[in-house]
Structure formats: structure tokens, C-alpha cells
Design a protein. Structure first.
Length: 295
């Protein structure tokens, strides 16, 4: 009896060891797959170094397949919020590929719908956290279609706008001074005022453009397109009865026909009484024809 117990314990230990090894192997494979996916779409393209004067607008376009679009959408939105980003656009939709019905009984029909689910998402995240966000999103990838990461250097454009602002401000001050000290004729004053307004508008436009560029530099734009395998939805619905089902029985239909025929006969009799003058004209015309024309 003791030998049997010992053998059972040894067998149980071996089975437990095999199961734990398989779980460990599966976990390592999943971890490796996630790491490969993260490494595949991650990029350190044009990351500004500390103290660098260069400014980059970084954008990323990624398309990949996921296991479940709805769940991955929620995950991506949570990741975005976690890293101080925000969602600017999301379009989750299902597209029907085919739809048909199969009658399975007198009162039941099987409805089958084949459809695709996809979502287009646009998010904005702090520039320095773009790679972290991409690596976090990579865990959702089942198959990667493409990933495009761009970095546009806008340092010179921002410097140009700043110099333009400085020149415009200097011109404004000179024009204002000229208006106050030398402006005498109304036409000269109006022309100077218009010139001043144009300079201020140029200054404002340069300032607004720089603010827009700074916003794009500080927050990178990530455009994501996700999809999943074709899905099938089946549902049993009540069968729609044809028009013959709702017709009355033959006895009622015959009785209705007799009534309808009787009403038709009455209408004919009434019509004959209504056109009595036409009958008289016809009879008179007949006798005239027979008496004169036929002879």
C-alpha cells in the first residue's frame, strides 16, 4: 500500500513539474512576442538631446491587426490617458460583408451576418513619451501591416518667425512715433495707420504660427488603424409569414365574392337607369336608319 502511495506521489510531482514548465514556456513565448512587437514599431527617431536647439515635429502612422478591436480601443485610450495624452478622433465601426437567412423550421429562421470591425484612432501624446506610448500599444499587435514615423525639423522655421516678429515690432514702434510727431495731413495719417495695422497683423500671424508649431513639437500625433479577423454573428429570429397565411378561409372568401357580385349587379342596374335617355336616342336612331337610310 505504501509503495502505491509513493508511486502516486511521484507521478503527481512529475505531472506538476511538466505543467509548470509548459506554463513557463508559454509565458516566455508571450513575453518574447510582446517584446518583438514593441521593438518592431518602436523608434527613437529624432529624439531631442538635452540642451539641443533643434525642434522636431514627430508623427507616427501605424496599422495592425488585433484580436478584438473594441477591447484594444479601450486599452489604447487608457494608455493615452496614462501618459498625459488625449484622443482627438476615434471611429469604431462594423462593415457588413454578407447577410443571409436560412429557414430552419416553420416559424424560425437562422440569420447569419459576416462583418469586419475596424477603428481609426488619432491621439496626441507628449513628444518625449511617444516611444513609451508606442511600446505600450505594441502589446495589442497580432499582425503589423506598417508603421511610419516622421520627424520634421522646424528649428529654422521657428527662428524665422521670431525674427519676423522682432522686425515687425520695431517697425510698429517707428510708425507709431511718426504718426504722433509728424502726421499732419489726414491722408498721411490714414496711410500710416493702415501700414501699422498690416504690420501688427503680420506680427500676430507669425506669433500664432509659432504657437501652433510649438504645440506640435510638444505633443506628437499618432494615427492608428486597427482591425480584426472577419467575424460572424448568427441569431435565430421568427420567420416572416407570407401574404397567403393571412388570407381568410375559402368559405368566407366565396361569401365575400357573392356579396361583391351582387353589388356589381346593382351598380349596373343603377347605371342603366341613369343613361335612359341614351337608350332612347339609340332606339330612335335605329328606327330612322331602318326606315330611311336602309331603303
Amino acid at each position: 500500500m505504501n509503495k502505491i502511495v509513493k508511486r502516486g506521489l511521484i507521478l503527481l510531482a512529475v505531472i506538476s513539474l511538466i505543467i509548470s514548465c509548459k506554463k513557463s514556456s508559454a509565458y516566455e513565448e508571450e513575453t518574447a512576442d510582446a517584446k518583438i512587437a514593441a521593438d518592431t514599431i518602436s523608434s527613437s527617431a529624432a529624439v531631442e538631446k538635452e540642451g539641443s536647439a533643434r525642434k522636431f515635429i514627430r508623427t507616427a502612422d501605424i496599422k495592425f491587426k488585433v484580436k478584438n478591436v473594441t477591447k484594444s480601443t479601450y486599452t489604447i485610450e487608457n494608455i493615452t490617458n496614462k501618459f498625459d495624452g488625449f484622443v482627438t478622433y476615434t471611429n469604431l465601426q462594423s462593415t457588413i460583408i454578407d447577410e443571409f437567412e436560412t429557414k430552419i423550421s416553420l416559424d424560425s429562421t437562422l440569420q447569419t451576418i459576416r462583418y469586419n470591425v475596424e477603428n481609426d484612432i488619432t491621439i496626441r501624446v507628449p513628444n518625449k513619451r511617444l516611444d513609451t506610448v508606442i511600446k505600450s500599444i505594441a502589446k495589442q499587435i497580432d499582425f503589423l501591416d506598417y508603421r511610419i514615423i516622421k520627424a520634421d525639423d522646424v528649428s529654422l522655421k521657428m527662428l524665422s518667425n521670431q525674427l519676423s516678429q522682432t522686425r515687425s515690432t520695431s517697425n510698429e514702434k517707428r510708425i507709431e512715433k511718426a504718426i504722433d510727431t509728424k502726421g499732419k495731413k489726414i491722408n498721411d495719417i490714414m496711410e500710416a495707420e493702415n501700414t501699422l495695422a498690416n504690420k501688427k497683423e503680420q506680427n500676430d500671424n507669425a506669433k500664432l504660427e509659432n504657437l501652433s508649431i510649438e504645440d506640435q513639437v510638444n505633443f506628437s500625433t499618432l494615427t492608428i488603424k486597427i482591425y480584426q479577423n472577419e467575424s460572424v454573428k448568427q441569431e435565430i429570429i421568427a420567420s416572416t409569414k407570407d401574404s397567403n397565411y393571412y388570407k381568410p378561409n375559402i368559405g368566407i372568401r366565396i361569401l365575400d365574392s357573392l356579396k361583391s357580385g351582387w353589388y356589381v349587379l346593382l351598380n349596373i342596374i343603377v347605371l342603366l337607369f341613369e343613361i335612359w335617355w341614351l337608350l332612347l336616342v339609340a332606339i330612335g336612331a335605329y328606327f330612322l336608319y331602318k326606315k330611311y337610310i336602309k331603303k
